[in-house]
Design a protein around this ligand. Structure first.
Ligand code: ATP
Ligand code: MG
Ligand code: MG
Ligand code: MG
Length: 477
């Protein structure tokens, strides 16, 4: 079943069951606490929080999402992409656990001829929150899932909150058994690659108080109990299309094939090159979706997420052997792959391509200039028997060639070296202080713009913390 058909069936199923179909919102979250939309419920947050009255009791959507924390998983696991489409059904004080569980089971297991997805019910496993007896009873007694395929999980996996006082509640997840080739039996509690999670049902049930992490008091029941669910369209496509990972589903495979064509590296040639192919295809697709929604490359926030994705894609393509520009052709492919579902990409093709190609050109220039310097620094370090690239080399690369430290770190790591980051940061600090002192002494005379420029450069490219501060992760590039 094609991705487009999965999407159509989803919306039709829930529309026929009284849900209002809501189009995907932009990836740029209308929410100051969030850089990018990372779940289907984000556009509905004001209703769940009671900040606005929901104009419907039931809604359904297929929402574009970007998950930057999953960037390191891409290509390594079979089931994490940076861009995903989350199919959701939502109840605002209407149906609750029983309704949500029954809808999920019906849609997944109804035959394809009858409009469902036709999954084999014996391959479905359910997890419930360890204290949620009610959910377990519903799955077992009302839906008819055998007790041995229902597992209890702790707060880390099966409890939802938003990190602040407000609604919270247990989750229940549906997993699909992809078979013994992927590991031993035992259910999702022991193996999340074989028993891949496809659908998360969140039961917003309680009001929580303040506290760190998952350590907070439950203040009582919410006045209105809500349902928020999310099914990964790409994960279901992977199962229904019988492919081993979500980079090989219809829409993604087109992009991998293009990277293959541009680099001459066959998919399946080696595990190592396959990871590079998947990373390149995944990241370029996400980048194009972001540009499509109006993000432009930059050194902060979403602009930096975009820049980092593009740089990782381009570097992987170079590692695979394509030295020249490839982004224009890849943009065409992504627009062709995603256009049928997102016609705005087709309309905006020219603008998207212009932004993407300009970023590629700038980055290729940086790479060309800096790579030789880096390589000779690596050779020098190695021949002296060292394993740590000196801080002054990283500083030179940054100062003269515009290499962000993250790039130096990653490229040195590829050659088996670490980098004296402390030394690098000390030199950056010293440069900043010099520039400051310079600027001060020249304040009386004519303005010397180069000093200001240096300060701006230094702070602009190295003191960026927004990305890691917002997402709580190390930035690699
Ligand atoms: P996982 O445990 O596999 O990382 P999750 O628990 O983080 O998934 P949820 O936040 O529950 O995922 O999101 C709802 C659904 O979205 C998941 O059940 C899955 O089908 C899908 N999904 C989540 N992350 C990704 C991703 N990085 N790529 C593709 N699909 C995803
Ligand atoms: Mg996850
Ligand atoms: Mg999970
Ligand atoms: Mg989940």
């Amino acid at each position: 079943m094609e991705s487009a058909e999965i999407r159509r069936r989803w919306l039709r199923f829930f529309e026929e069951r009284g849900h209002t179909v809501v189009p995907s919102a932009s990836l740029i979250a209308d929410d100051p606490t969030l850089l990018l939309v990372n779940a289907g419920m984000v556009p509905f947050k004001p209703y769940f929080l009671g900040e606005a009255a929901a104009p419907y009791d039931r809604a359904t959507s297929v929402q574009k999402c970007v998950r930057t924390p999953d960037i390191e998983e891409v290509g390594k696991t079979t089931r994490h992409g940076t861009f995903l489409q989350m199919c959701g059904n939502f109840s605002f004080g209407d149906y609750f656990k029983e309704g949500a569980a029954k809808f999920a089971w019906e849609l997944l297991t109804t035959s394809q001829q009858a409009g469902g997805y036709g999954l084999d019910p014996e391959r479905l496993w359910i997890t419930v929150y360890e204290e949620d007896d009610q959910a377990e009873r519903i799955w077992r007694d009302l839906v008819g899932v055998p007790a041995e395929r229902i597992q209890r999980m702790g707060k880390d996996e099966n409890y939802w909150d938003m990190g602040v006082p407000g609604p919270c509640g247990p989750c229940s997840e549906v997993h699909y058994d992809r078979g013994p080739e992927l590991g031993p039996e035992g259910g999702p509690a022991v193996n999340d690659e074989r028993y891949v999670e496809i659908w998360n049902l969140v039961f917003m049930q309680y009001e929580r108080g303040a506290g760190e992490g998952k350590d907070y008091p439950i203040l009582g029941d919410l006045p209105k109990q809500n349902i928020d669910t999310g099914l990964g369209l790409e994960r279901l496509a992977m199962i229904l299309q019988g492919v081993p990972n979500l980079f090989e589903i219809d829409t993604s495979r087109m992009v991998i094939d293009k990277v293959t064509e541009l680099t001459g590296v066959r998919y399946g040639a080696s595990d190592h090159s396959d990871v590079s192919l998947r990373v390149a295809a995944d990241h370029i697709r996400t980048a194009i979706m972001l540009i499509g929604d109006g993000v432009t490359p930059g050194n902060e926030g979403r602009g930096y997420v975009l820049r980092r994705l593009m740089r990782r894609a381009i570097r992987n393509i170079r590692i695979l052997g394509a030295a020249g520009p490839t982004v224009a052709e890849l943009t065409d492919t992504v627009v062709r792959a995603m256009g049928p579902q997102y016609p705005e990409l087709v309309e905006d093709h020219q603008r998207i391509e212009t932004v993407a190609v300009a970023e590629e050109a700038a980055f290729l220039k940086t790479l060309r200039a800096g790579t030789n310097i880096l390589d000779s620094a690596v050779t020098e370090t190695r021949s002296g028997g060292g394993t740590v690239l000196p801080g002054d080399k990283a500083f030179l690369l940054h100062d003269t060639w515009g290499f962000p430290i993250d790039l130096t770190l990653e490229m040195a790591a590829e050659q088996g070296l670490s980098v004296d980051e402390a030394g690098f940061r000390r030199l950056m600090r010293e440069q900043r202080e010099r520039a400051k002192a310079d600027a001060k002494s020249k304040k009386q005379g004519h303005a010397d713009l180069s000093a200001y420029r240096q300060v701006a450069d230094a702070t602009g490219t190295t003191e960026f913390t927004g990305y890691s501060a917002t997402e709580g992760e190390a930035s690699v590039l």
